[in-house]
Design a protein around this ligand. Structure first.
Ligand SMILES: Nc1ncnc2c1ncn2[C@@H]1O[C@H](COP(=O)(O)OP(=O)(O)OP(=O)(O)O)[C@@H](O)[C@H]1O
Length: 286
């Protein structure tokens, strides 16, 4: 369990975060989403002990930050937005070095990750491409089977195959019982791997959603071409695209009545789009 209560952090006079509050259960994947500058990275950096909060409490199970930093570090995995280790070190040497930090270092899992991620251990870190650096970061963040896994924009710079592998590793960690927190802009990935999301805006956590609830909450976009528009349709959110072509945005709960009205109209064609998460989030970002 990760519990964050009324977290506040200022950089001098600049607002980092104002009030961030959430709880993540064991085995749950929680996504922090928000526009640039909202305060996601600040929140994650406080949680990994890199920054100290001005106010608020953080608990990792029975341990509290910052006082139990040492105990928490053993149980924590972190993948930063930009992975940077010692440039001159060969990956093989880096893995030996990293092993020394963790009581629960899992050599079998290391082997699995090296194979799955196709990592060349003979290269120096500075010789790797961005995506290959990230692979080392992914391995390093999970190889000690952390109880808590924190990922900052994890798929940034990854090709689709590697993204898929990362999703599989996150799923594996979830099955092992890790509590997982990550930040993201990519709503399709949030939808795919999160159980819950928190929306951060201007330093505040303004809304939480269960992913399933979010889907119910969504609207359908309905395009109708050559529609004979009748008055009853006026009360629904609509836009005239051109001539007699219309786009309606209908909440799921109103669909039945809407189609009832539509049955009295004539039209040439209908297209119904899946709800777009972007539209929902943009409402909150505004
Ligand atoms: N070292 C710093 N000194 C001063 N202000 C900072 C510093 N780091 C972050 N900030 C400010 O804190 C606020 C939150 O930034 P943060 O990087 O946490 O946002 P974010 O949601 O992670 O955005 P992004 O997705 O762009 O990384 C921003 O207004 C930013 O300008």
């Amino acid at each position: 369990m990760i519990e964050v209560k009324n977290l506040k952090k200022y950089y001098g006079k600049n607002r980092g975060i104002e009030n961030i509050d959430f709880q993540i259960k064991k085995g749950e994947v929680y996504g922090l989403i928000g526009p640039n500058g909202a305060g996601k990275t600040t929140t994650l950096r406080i949680l990994i002990g890199l920054l100290k909060q001005d106010e608020g409490n953080i608990f990792f199970d029975k341990y509290e930050l910052p006082s139990d930093n040492k105990e928490i570090k053993q149980k924590l995995g972190y993948l930063p937005g930009e992975v940077n280790f010692y440039g001159e070190m060969k990956i093989y040497d880096f893995l030996q070095f990293n092993k020394n930090f963790y009581i629960n270092y899992d050599e079998k899992y290391e082997k699995y990750l090296l194979e799955t991620l196709n990592i060349d251990t003979k290269k120096k870190f500075k010789e790797l491409s961005l995506g290959n650096k990230k692979k080392i970061g992914i391995l390093q963040s999970v190889v000690h089977n952390p109880d808590f896994l924190i990922l900052d924009e994890p798929t940034n710079g990854l090709d689709p195959i590697l993204q898929q592998k990362l999703y599989e590793i996150i799923e594996l960690q979830r099955q092992k019982g890790s509590t997982i927190l990550f930040s993201s802009h990519i709503l399709s990935e949030v939808e795919k791997i999160c159980d819950r999301v928190g929306i951060v805006k201007e330093g505040n956590l303004i809304k939480e959603f269960e992913i399933d609830e979010l889907k119910d909450y969504s609207i359908k976009e309905i395009y109708l071409s050559n529609l004979t528009f009748i008055n009853d349709l006026n009360k629904y959110n609509h836009k005239r695209i051109k001539d007699n072509d219309y786009l309606f945005k209908i909440k799921n709960k109103n669909l039945k009545i809407f189609f009832g009205i539509l049955s009295k109209c004539s039209f040439d064609d209908i297209k119904i789009d899946r709800p777009k998460l972007e539209d929902i989030f943009i409402e909150y970002y505004k």
